[in-house]
Design a protein around this ligand. Sequence first.
Ligand SMILES: [Zn+2]
Length: 782
Amino acid sequence: MSRWQPLIITQRWLKGASRDILKTRSGAMIDHFIPSQGREEEIPLERYLDPMPGNVVSRYIEAYSHPGGMVLDPFCQTAVVIEEAVRKGRSALAAHFSPLNVLIARATLRLPPPEEIDAATTRLGDAPKLGASLREHITQLYATSCHRCRNPVVADHFAWDRERGLPVEKGYRCPHCEAQGDFPVDESDLETLAKIEERGVHYWYLLDRLASPGEEGRELAQSLLELYTPRNLYALVNLSMKVEALFSGSPILETLQLILLICLDTCRKLEGEGRARLRPPRSFRERNVWHAFEEAYLQLRALSSKSRLSGNVPPPTEAIVKRSIRGLASSLERESLELVITAPPPLDRPFWALSYLWTGWLLGKEETAVFKPFLRPRSLDWSWYQRGTAAAMRALTRLLRPEGRIVFILERGGLRQAERLVLAGAEVGLQLEGLFLQPCEPSTSVLLRKERASSYRLSLVKNRPPKKPPSAPRLASRMRRSALEACRKLLRERGDPLLFEWLHAAILKRWSEEDLLRQATLLEGVSLAQFAAEQMEETLKESLEEFIPLDERGEIREDEKADWNSSLWWLKEAPPPSPLGDRVEKVTCQLLQEVKGFQKVREEVYSLFPGLLTPDPGLVEEVLHSYGQGSPEAWRLRLPEAVREEMIALLLRLGEHLGFQAWAGARLPRHADVAWQEGETSYLFLIRQKVSLRDLCRWVEEGPKARHLILIPDERASLLRLRLESSPLIRKRLTESDWDFIKFGHLRSVAAQEEVDRHDLKKIVGLLPPIESAEAQLPLFP
Ligand SMILES: [Zn+2]
């Protein structure tokens, strides 16, 4: 077998790069969740991919490899590993078995200058086609007349009704009368459509490119072509044939193929921005192919004008290769890798089917062979996924140095995928070293959603073979005991009800720490996944003695649907909640006084909450905005307003004006600053710059029964809203005890009004008071 030499990106390329990079030593172990930093540009087909964020990859490379060491991304979606490895002076290789992924990663990294893209697309548009240019020929397919002024226009899209199999509306902007929007189609639109041959030469040409008659995949290919309207199929095939005819062998071919790929996606019968679906929606858009082509071209042009690798580093595109794990295993040295870091492919059959179609379409039939195993629908389940993943990990383990690591970054993963990765690792002798999790959205808002996404960071290490396990029943009972302990501990530490994802992660982590999963792999005649699932289920049943399921409002669920995944979990005999959020808020404010820079503080906060104590999504950022201000590089603590005396004076004046008896100071409960009273009605006001939810609980507990209103700085409102969002129990307690918030600014503006009544007060109460929501538009005195 010819030994294939991986391209090693040498440090010679780093001449001119910062010398500090070369000095970097392998850092300490990463023990916390590293949040991603927003990316500016969008990667083509991003909604199907789950690209790894650059800053996360960079941190892992720095911590888990040495300068000159070798890093591999075996399922590349972008060139991010190559880019970050080059910056840090490591060698790198990115590979994928799918030619489509390789095309996306390579073409994006190797974009030619904008002028060259301009020249190529102009040449393509000008190419002759049936007595016109290709541009005119395709554009004319969407020619129609303006519904209002009857002048000729070109539609940007047609809206179709799937059941009727016809377009019902056309969307355009009329250059003659400025009409813009969607208007009903007319007879002539249907006539234009009827002229296009549904099963013309182009159709058979494309079908044969996917599978010959009688060949496996022919039926699937045929059904996939149904994802395009006849008109769009015709236009797209003509476009792709012309690209092949004009640019075969040219260095710009890949760029044009990438533009086509974006068109193939945007011009199919689809709606919305979700992941792939193979059944067109009830009503869908038929996009003007030429418009879509121009849009895709502009997207890439914009990408190309931003240089992706700065400095003197040549883009090492040869380091992105089409290769399966088996191919990698036979071409790389054993124990040559320090770090494997990747976003493993999700179990996403629709996208694989689309990849098959688009690969055949753009790159030819030979390239589609790798997708054949994914196209047999019955076998694609999580067991299959685990088997495949285990085989891949086994091969990767051989390539890994003894102290090497495999890191999986899932930006929008699910707990099933994370679990199967951990189990597959256990099967091939890899031990889970780190498991970090952050749901993509705050807990209660996603509770009822069937499919939730969470970000996971998993790192696995090689380990000695596990001890011989005790008998299956003893191992099972040990696993259940450990699982229960792990859940209990996490609930206490986080101090708030939790989504099942958290408990699930705590259990997996504990089982790995105690090496129980690897011991379970030694049990004879037992499937690891099934054994683990049984113990998980048993644990959860037993735990109902101790834990309670809550709904999104913090009410105890007693309905039958109270399953683990759609509930929040809390301890039955809990100490008063001491939310993790309070600690995050406190620490962030402290750091804000010492550390400069928004991202720096953010990262430092995360590093102080290790393991499964990752702060809720958006929380750190919200605290930073609430308490800080400045430019991203010089983010500073905002000084609190000196307002206590002013607010007290305002409240006393306003209270008397509204006919209350109002007083401050003595005779008030310890937490309150001002009181209003009239007969049975009484109000207590608290003026606070800062509210910890734990204090809030205490005040509610101790305070007298009265309407309580807490005055807070305006910039604190959205932080408090987020905090209460993930603390349903505290939220419930506030509502039941008649506590609420008022912003300083709103109180000032009400107090400044000449005419004020009690209704005006109602309009400013709350973190999102009626005055800020749509209700403010209603008449003031209904
Ligand atoms: Zn018009």
